[in-house]
Design a protein around this ligand. Structure first.
Ligand SMILES: NC(=O)c1ccc[n+]([C@@H]2O[C@H](COP(=O)([O-])OP(=O)(O)OC[C@H]3O[C@@H](n4cnc5c(N)ncnc54)[C@H](O)[C@@H]3O)[C@@H](O)[C@H]2O)c1
Length: 308
């Protein structure tokens, strides 16, 4: 499998590193507009290969899309990250232009590609890719829910005072501070409802900590996070490479599912060789449905700023 990662910044480099470390891809092409930057990161990563024991070939490219030709998967991380106090939605003006120019060039060189959109505001950028290309909807995946669910599990394990591997849970909705819908009702520790271990007030705190998970890190780091985003992307790419059928919440183009149309939002999906193999519809309770619909209204507002 050949994977292109556009944007060799914090998140892009982390994606490339985790993909290489997991050793399932033949090649990762890292591309950036900054002269020599992607080549430098690729060379540095290749010099870890004998130390970390991977065979994936990592190459760099300064905006030369011919090097990305015939990619099976392309990850779009190019664009500006938020600074402390900013929302993801505030990035739209700059990032929409970048994502539009990137997707046109990617598809020209890899018409069969499956695209994973990471740049923020991610749900709107995934929608932009859907509108700006003829790619089938199963080949456009917005990455947010896989990361938000990992953050949810981290907070849940903290509340339950247990190892993270004991807990399970999922976040659907929008990839934004107010639009995430952590499904606390369905969260478990080894199959036992999380509510058995902690009261609702603590679970409400977990929900809130999850929603602002990215903002908390941005405040600490001065820019947005990269390890967990890179790891989340690498797991999606691996599910495609290995046709594993693993389920992740992803931002997908909805046509009636979850009562929504003509929008990309986070819902559970089965990921395999064809990208989205299946959207999984689970029954939401009234409160979850109301939160999901409210998040959809906000995503639609942001989508209106797009020129597609
Ligand atoms: N979806 C998620 O869960 C998630 C998580 C974290 C970050 N993000 C988003 O990912 C994006 C990248 O974040 P980061 O921390 O890596 O930022 P960064 O500034 O470290 O890296 C961005 C890179 O994109 C490059 N770039 C800009 N325009 C380009 C173009 N036209 N072609 C190719 N490369 C271009 C820049 O040169 C830079 O190296 C941001 O929009 C951020 O908000 C999303």
């Amino acid at each position: 499998m050949k994977v292109t990662v556009v944007g060799a910044g914090a998140v892009g480099a982390s994606c490339a590193e985790y993909i290489a470390l997991k050793n399932f891809a033949a090649e990762v092409c890292l591309l950036d507009i900054k002269e020599g930057y992607a080549e430098g990161k690729a060379m540095d990563l290749m010099q870890t290969a004998s130390l970390n024991g991977f065979d994936t070939k990592v190459v760099g490219s300064t905006n030369d899309y011919s090097k990305t030709a015939n990619s099976d998967v392309a990850v779009i991380t190019s664009g500006i990250p938020r600074k402390p106090g900013m929302t993801r939605e505030e990035l739209i003006g700059t990032n929409a232009k970048i994502v539009k120019s990137v997707i046109d060039q990617l598809v020209e060189h890899s018409p069969e590609v499956t695209v994973i959109v990471v740049s923020n505001p991610m749900d709107t950028m995934a929608y932009l890719v859907h509108k700006a290309t003829d790619l089938p909807k199963n080949r456009i995946i917005g990455m947010g829910g896989a990361l938000d669910s990992a953050r949810f599990k981290y907070r849940l394990a903290e509340a339950l005072d247990c190892p993270i591997s004991d807990v399970d849970g999922m976040v659907i909705g929008a990839h934004s501070d107010t639009g995430m819908v952590p499904l606390t009702r369905l969260a478990t520790r080894n199959g036992v409802p999380a509510s058995t271990f902690v009261d609702q007030a603590r679970l409400d705190e977990v929900e809130q900590e999850t929603r602002v998970g990215g903002a908390t890190l941005t405040k600490l780091l001065g820019t947005s996070a990269w390890y967990a985003p890179g790891a989340a992307v690498s797991e999606l790419v691996r599910a495609i490479a290995q046709d594993s059928g693993k389920m992740f919440p992803c931002s997908l183009y909805l046509e009636g599912e979850y009562g929504q149309n003509d929008i990309c939002m986070g819902v559970p999906a089965i990921i395999g060789a064809n990208g989205i193999e299946k959207i999984v519809e689970i029954e939401l309770n009234e409160d979850e449905k109301a939160k999901f619909d409210e998040a959809a209204d906000k995503v639609r507002q942001v989508n209106k700023a797009l020129d597609v």
